[in-house]
Ligand binder design. Structure first.
Ligand code: NAP
Length: 234
C-alpha cells in the first residue's frame, strides 16, 4: 500500500486531501500541530495515523519522519495566514508565517528525500496560493512565503528529477475553510464577484488536483504550478 504524509492534514483543505487520497488507496499519515481530536477522528475514519509535529521544528520533523519511514507522497499543506500591513505586523508573526509556510515545507521535503532518492521514486506536492503568484496587499509575508514555495517547487523539481522524483505545486484561489472565516458576508460577496466562475472553491476542488498530480496520470509532469482558482488569477 502506498503511503502519503499530509501536513496540516485535518484542516479544511488537508482533510479533503486525506479523504481523497485514502479513497484512492493510500495509507495516510495525518500531521497536525494542535488539533489532536480532529486528527484522531480523521485517522479513524480513513484508517490512517495521526502524527503530531510542528513543521517549523526541523528536529521534530526529522524524528517523526524517521518513525514512519519513506512516504511515497508528501503533501506540504500546513500553513497559516495573517492580515496586517507589512509595516505593522510583528517580527514574531512575520517569522512564524515564513517558518511554517516555507521552511516547514522545506524541512519536510529534506527529511523525506534521502529515502526517496535511494528508492528512486517519490512525489512531493506543495500547496501554495494564488497570492504567491500575484501578491496580496496586507498579506505580504504570506504572499512571499507562498511565492517562495513556487520557486522551491521549480528548483527542487530540477534537482531530483534524475532520481525519479516529481515535485509539483497547487495554487488554490479562494477556498471556503476556517482560514477565510474572518471575512464578513459583505466582504465575501465582493470577493465572489471577482471570481470569473462566480463561486468559491471547495476543499475538494484542491483535493482533486492533488490526487491528479499524485497519480500516474501526471507521470510526465514536474516543476509545475496548477492553479485551482475559478479563473481569479490567470
Ligand atoms: P486551515 O483550515 O486553517 O488549516 C491549516 C492547517 O495547517 C491546520 O491543519 C493546522 O493544524 C496546520 N498547521 C498550522 N501550523 C502548523 C504547524 N506549525 N505544523 C503543522 N501543521 C500546522 O487552512 P486551509 O484553508 O485548509 O489551508 C491549507 C493550506 O492551503 C495552507 O497552506 C493555506 O495557505 C493554503 N491555501 C488556502 C486557501 C484558502 O482560501 N483556504 C487559499 C490558498 C492556499 P493544527 O490545527 O493542528 O494547528
Amino acid at each position: 500500500m502506498k503511503k502519503a504524509l499530509v501536513t496540516g492534514g485535518c484542516g479544511g483543505i488537508g482533510e479533503a486531501i486525506c479523504k481523497k487520497l485514502a479513497n484512492d488507496g493510500y495509507y495516510i499519515y495525518i500531521n497536525y500541530a494542535h488539533s489532536k481530536d480532529k486528527a484522531e477522528k480523521l485517522a479513524a475514519e480513513t484508517g490512517g495515523t495521526a502524527l503530531c509535529f510542528d513543521v517549523s521544528d526541523n528536529e521534530a520533523v526529522r524524528s517523526a519522519i524517521n518513525e514512519i519511514g519513506r512516504p511515497d507522497l508528501l503533501v506540504n499543506n500546513a500553513g497559516i495566514s495573517e492580515i496586517d500591513l507589512f509595516t505593522s505586523i510583528s517580527p514574531e508573526k512575520a517569522d512564524r508565517i515564513l517558518n511554517i509556510n516555507l521552511r516547514g515545507a522545506m524541512n519536510c521535503a529534506r527529511a523525506v528525500l534521502p529515502e526517496m532518492i535511494r528508492a528512486k521514486c517519490g512525489n512531493i506536492i506543495n500547496i501554495s496560493s494564488m497570492w504567491g503568484q500575484c501578491g496580496a496587499s496586507c498579506e505580504v509575508d504570506y504572499s512571499a512565503s507562498k511565492a517562495g514555495l513556487i520557486g522551491f517547487t521549480k528548483a527542487l523539481a530540477k534537482e531530483v528529477a534524475p532520481s525519479g522524483i516529481r515535485v509539483n505545486c497547487i495554487a488554490p484561489g479562494f477556498i471556503m475553510t476556517e482560514m477565510n472565516k474572518r471575512f464578513s458576508e459583505e466582504e465575501l460577496e465582493l470577493i465572489r464577484e471577482e471570481i470569473p466562475l462566480g463561486i468559491f472553491g471547495t476543499p475538494m476542488h484542491v483535493a482533486e488536483a492533488v490526487a491528479f498530480m499524485a497519480s500516474d496520470r501526471a507521470e510526465y509532469i514536474t516543476g509545475q504550478i496548477l492553479a485551482v482558482n475559478g479563473g481569479m488569477v490567470i
